[in-house]
Design a protein around this ligand. Structure first.
Ligand code: AMP
Ligand code: TRP
Length: 351
């Protein structure tokens, strides 16, 4: 990886929150696309533990779920030989860049972010006993996200729809920096790739998510018995779509079948559904087979990663060093342009 990206290939950057278990929703909806993008781009991927600190959390759980997400990314196919994959808190340059960029972000814009309003609302409601506590970090969340992206001078960011406002904010910050201090940052584009939206098998009207509880998600490394049980008991007919469309549960199973490598079979079954010939037992059976095969492969790959990696924290530290060399080069130039001093010599060099 070059320290000064420019010209030819586009640099792709994305981040994911450490939510411990990686679900099929995360995998099909985001991570599988990250893995593919490595074939054509220089990619930098980050487990954003500093962002996770904006919600109430437990310190030792945070470190565990960050490790878990890091290992999951490697097992899912993010390749540290080809890409930079790292943990956000191992790169203090990013937090520093966040401060510098905060001088270029408008308070009005920040307080109008939908995600800020929603999360601040939720924390206000959840915290009644102690009175409302909304950490200022929640307001800064999009500036830290801009710092993530701009530290690596990325030009393309694969994210879901819900992040487009944050990306607009990153572009605004890059633009303001360029016009005030001279052209330096690319304005990062949102890389829109069509990815499936995976719904809960227990309630297909809601997005598959860990936060809904164990019945509602399938983990990427989940054991076969449990995967099969969840698919067998998947809701197919309740809440059938109005107006004769496909029922959300059937649609979701077809989505899972297609995403797990069987798009033609899913198309054929979709057609059978249309003409009233689809047997749900067949759909569930095939989807369960496909997901059992996928999760078994993922478990093998994970065991392989664990064998190769040995001490995860060592690898996290190593990858952090690689990421820091890129972010540090950006930061030095940003500091210079913004008119502040270089950092004092580190105490270690004076000994
Ligand atoms: P989260 O853990 O909700 O922050 O999601 C991490 C990434 O996975 C984001 O890019 C989401 O868009 C994606 N994702 C999470 N759940 C789903 C889902 N049920 N279907 C599709 N994509 C999802
Ligand atoms: N806010 C993003 C999310 O919740 C995660 C994220 C943090 C991110 N930093 C990023 C995504 C930088 C893309 C680029 O999904």
């Amino acid at each position: 990886m070059r320290d000064e990206p420019q010209s030819t290939g586009r640099r792709v950057y994305s981040g994911i929150q450490p939510t411990s278990v990686m679900t099929l929703g995360n995998y099909f909806g985001a991570v599988q696309n990250w893995v593919r993008l490595q074939d054509e781009h220089e990619c930098v991927y980050c487990v954003v533990d500093l962002h996770a600190m904006t919600a109430p959390y437990d310190p030792s759980e945070l470190r565990d779920s960050t490790r878990e997400m890091f290992v999951s990314l490697l097992a899912a196919g993010v390749d540290p030989e080809r890409s930079v994959v790292y943990v956000q808190s191992t790169v203090p340059e990013q937090a520093e860049l966040c401060w510098l960029l905060a001088t270029l972000a408008s308070l009005g814009d920040l307080s109008r972010m939908t995600q800020f309003k929603e999360k601040a609302g939720a924390q206000r409601r959840g915290d009644d006993a102690d009175g409302a506590f909304i950490p200022a970090a929640l307001l800064f969340y999009p500036i830290l996200q801009a710092a993530d992206i701009l530290a690596y001078r990325a030009d393309a960011v694969p994210v879901g729809d819900d992040q487009s406002q944050h990306l607009e904010m990153s572009r605004g910050i890059a633009r303001r920096f360029n016009s005030r201090f001279g052209n330096f940052f690319a304005e990062p584009e949102t890389l829109l790739t069509t990815v499936p939206r995976v719904m809960s098998t227990a309630d297909p009207t809601r997005k598959m998510s860990k936060s809904l509880g164990p019945r509602h998600f399938v983990g990427l490394f989940e054991d076969e018995g449990s995967v099969r049980r969840k698919i067998r008991s998947a809701v197919t007919d309740s809440g059938a779509a109005e107006g004769g469309g496909i029922s959300p549960g059937v649609d979701n199973l077809l989505t899972l079948l297609a995403a797990s490598g069987h798009p033609e079979e899913a198309d054929r079954m979709r057609e059978e559904y249309r003409i009233g010939k689809l047997r749900y037992v067949d759909l569930k059976g095939r989807t369960a087979d496909a997901l059992a095969a996928l999760t078994a492969e993922m478990r093998d790959r994970r065991a392989d990663v664990e064998r190769r990696v040995g001490d995860v924290d060592e690898v996290v530290a190593e990858m952090g060093a690689r990421a820091r060399s890129i972010a540090g080069a950006t930061l030095a130039r940003v500091r210079d342009r913004m008119g502040i001093f270089p950092p004092g010599r580190s105490p270690a060099t004076e000994l």
